[in-house]
Design a protein around this ligand. Sequence first.
Ligand code: NAD
Ligand code: MN
Length: 481
Amino acid sequence: MTFEYAPAPESRSVVNIAARYGLFIDGSFVESSSGATFPTINPATEEVLSEVAEAGADDVDRAVRAARRAYEEVWGRMPGRDRAKYLFRIARLIQERSRELAVLESLDNGKPIRESRDVDLPLVAAHFFYHAGWADKLGHAGHGPDPQPLGVAAQVIPWNFPLLMLAWKIAPALACGNTVVLKPAETTPLTALLFAEICQQADLPPGVVNIITGAGETGRLLVEHPGVDKVAFTGSTEVGKTILRSLAGSSKRLTLELGGKAANIVFDDAPIDEAVEGVVNGIYFNQGHVCCAGSRLLVQESIADEIVDALKRRLGTLRLGDPLDKNTDIGAINSSEQLARIAALVSSGEAEGAERWSAPCDIPERGWWFPPTVFTGVTQAHRIAREEIFGPVLSVLTFRTPDEAIEKANNTPYGLSAGIWTEKGSRILWMAERLRAGVIWANTFNRFDPTSPFGGYKESGFGREGGIQGLGAYLTKEVTR
Ligand code: NAD
Ligand code: MN
């Protein structure tokens, strides 16, 4: 039996988007010195949401100086219990304004409101609450009895979880006594700018948080600025390598969180229905724009047909469309460039001989969309088995023995995450010991918590974010002054 859903749109009137935004430097919104701006677009409608200032070299310099002053005069000397008060205040304001932030995130990014409201925003608030709690207890976090902040942190983030990646960067930096200059991605700057307003509302001292908007060149100017003590980057492996090269020989501390090509491994004793839900959540969550997405399904040969049939049946029920509709499962692809990258990799899969299946769904006329897609008959040599697609596309491979599963799962330059589905606890431990991945989920996938460190092996980057390990990325054991 099938039935139609009535539209259930979340109201967009809860957000007030300005026609133009300046840069947030030293506690105020200011124009960029060149006056240059760029548009940010709603990927579900292609409508321009706002014009945003583009920061050049002068502006980056102003922001770094403001952060330095705030570090030396205020934030770096403030007792942890006082920093905690500001962080708790920010966390509460995020909760109070979470509906507004969720709608704005869905408008600028294209992700379903169900996810921005129920996943992104609760995690953003949790991240600030968690780190607020650490601010006056840093001597008990395993980084020495009196760990010190590093200074000014330059932080560059991607477009897939705009506000959540901001929280992952800003909350630990501030808790540890650092000040920050953060650059959001050029396609999703709006929630970071609303966060700047929240910093004003929380009376955060000027210069502690600076938000500068712009594209890759602005990011490059920021991470290469000599006044920066620490660089934290999340994004593509290609840009991560560029940053690593440009920082070589400097004394800047660096953490990189880059791409992934995770294996989600299903054994024949796994509960099939739960595993299928986990596979769906692993790769179709957030349109597959997830660095730790389970983009390679490794399924034990004897149950491969059963799993793939169940998966296709389930994908047939997903609803693609208006991100602001509360019943939407699959939203818009964030940009036309990303859609072109996905389409090119999918074409390569077809050309190399894998078999493509896409869920039959109506694609809206405007905006950028890609239907949930499954490739079977994939070999390890295919590009779709090796390269990060960063879209709602799953490559299915099979294995016979646990050894073969490990061999195939680890056959990747990446190592961010992995999933294991089996009834046997001993097998979970045996597998987890051998998988070269920073995060391993067992009988679940894509679960996040601020207490749990996150980060990669190999070309997925280095350093950890979250938990007491993540605090270490913003602290030094030596007394710096
Ligand atoms: P990107 O790495 O180009 O962009 C990420 C951020 O880095 C953005 O804020 C961007 O403006 C900035 N940036 C770009 N060039 C820079 C430079 N030279 N120096 C400093 N900052 C710079 O990622 P993208 O172009 O948005 O996406 C490309 C691919 O990267 C995707 O298809 C996907 O495979 C991968 N990706 C991974 C993640 C992740 O979370 N690991 C996030 C986004 C994209
Ligand atoms: Mn946008």
